[in-house]
Design a protein around this ligand. Structure first.
Ligand SMILES: Nc1ncnc2c1ncn2[C@@H]1O[C@H](COP(=O)(O)OP(=O)(O)OP(=O)(O)O)[C@@H](O)[C@H]1O
Ligand code: SF4
Ligand SMILES: [Mg+2]
Length: 335
């Protein structure tokens, strides 16, 4: 890959959880992220999609070294984040920023917009002049579509969409190279979602940002992503270019998610009831052996229950973790 900035190799985050109540407590391992690998280029947007609990936020936090990996590595510009000293990691954090799901909850209600956006500047440059801070804060407010004369207001005086713009301004104030957006539009009205996605897309282009955009739903990441990674029970099932993934997915789980995307026309929506998925998502404390998706996969064969499919690269540069990827034709029929 040209201009690679982020390299993730076999990344795993396993939590220790207590099970069994007070009388017979036992500690179990929950594999929230289990062997995820991918690269990200400068100015590239990777969409990450998967059902609730599949490990998206855990992955996001591990990418930013907010969590210690149980296995594997996160290389930022070639350096393993886990091996940096605290001081070097602190410096690197200037490049790596995050936007959270619930904009109002992520902003301190007692702080003005100026102080919320300026806080990272004070943290990284304690001696910075007030006039420089004000100039920068006003600059990023304009960049995200907020009025700089609202700088003395408090978060509760803004709508959900505006609060998310404040969160984005705060993430951009240090001029980062990578921004991870963890479900940045899930808490917003549908009409506002498109505005925030368009804003992030235009900022990404203008600033040549690398972006990781996390969502539940494949339709949300479609417009903004160059490539999309589909996760299931802590693993990457497929990483494909946007053009390939929505037309001819490689993994049966991706195909089921595409079929599950809501259709605005109710006549068509009624017709699309069969996603091919069977059963519920298994407990992450007790994932199926072999392919983790086999208990719900309509194409499962004996081998799938025995052997974990490796995430492998195909000739067209897309990645898939399915034993049968080459023989299945999962082309999506136009609705
Ligand atoms: N601190 C923790 N300790 C133990 N288990 C955790 C912890 N944080 C998350 N988990 C578990 O790890 C799994 C992955 O959680 P995570 O929040 O990463 O999923 P997610 O894909 O972001 O879900 P959502 O879409 O609901 O935000 C879940 O089973 C969750 O219950
Ligand atoms: S490896 Fe088998 S169970 Fe897993 S997705 Fe492929 S066909 Fe389905
Ligand atoms: Mg999450």
């Amino acid at each position: 890959m040209k201009d690679r900035v982020l390299r993730v190799q076999d990344l795993a985050v396993h939590y220790k959880v207590r099970e069994g109540g007070l009388l017979k407590p036992r500690v179990q391992e929950l594999k929230a992220v289990d062997g995820v690998s991918f690269d990200l280029g400068a100015g590239e947007t990777l969409g990450i999609v998967g059902e609730s609990g599949c490990g998206k936020s855990t992955l996001a936090r591990a990418l930013l070294a907010l969590l210690k990996p149980s296995r594997g590595r996160v290389l930022w510009l070639g350096e393993d984040l886990a091996k940096l000293s605290d001081e070097d990691l602190r410096k690197k954090r200037q490049d790596l920023q995050i936007v959270f799901q619930d904009p109002l909850a992520a902003l301190d209600p007692r702080m003005t917009v100026r102080d919320i956006i300026a806080e990272p500047l004070w943290t990284f440059f304690p001696k910075i002049a007030r006039v420089q801070v004000d100039e920068r804060v006003r600059g990023v407010m304009k960049m995200v579509g907020l009025l700089p004369n609202q700088v003395n207001r408090y978060p509760h005086e803004f709508s959900g969409g505006q609060c998310q713009r404040i969160g984005i301004a705060r993430a951009l104030v240090l001029n980062p190279k990578l921004v991870i957006c963890d479900e940045p539009v899930s808490a917003l009205d549908v009409s506002i979602q498109a505005q925030i996605i368009n804003l992030l897309k235009s900022l990404q282009k203008k600033l040549n940002l690398s972006l990781v955009f996390i969502a539940h739903d494949l339709s949300v990441v479609r417009h903004i992503s160059d490539r999309v990674m589909v996760m299931y029970l802590g693993r990457a099932m497929e990483i494909s270019s946007r053009n390939n993934l929505y037309k001819k997915p490689l993994h049966p789980y991706t195909s089921a998610l595409i079929k599950a995307v809501p259709v605005p026309d109710p006549r068509i929506a009624r017709a699309v009831t069969d996603t091919g998925l069977t059963g519920d998502m298994p407990s992450p404390l007790n994932p199926p052996a072999g392919c983790v998706f086999h208990s719900r996969c309509p194409y499962s064969v004996k081998r799938c229950q025995l052997e974990v499919p490796a995430l492998r690269r195909l000739e067209n540069e897309d990645w898939v973790a399915c034993h049968r990827a080459e023989e299945l034709d999962l082309t999506i029929k136009p609705r």
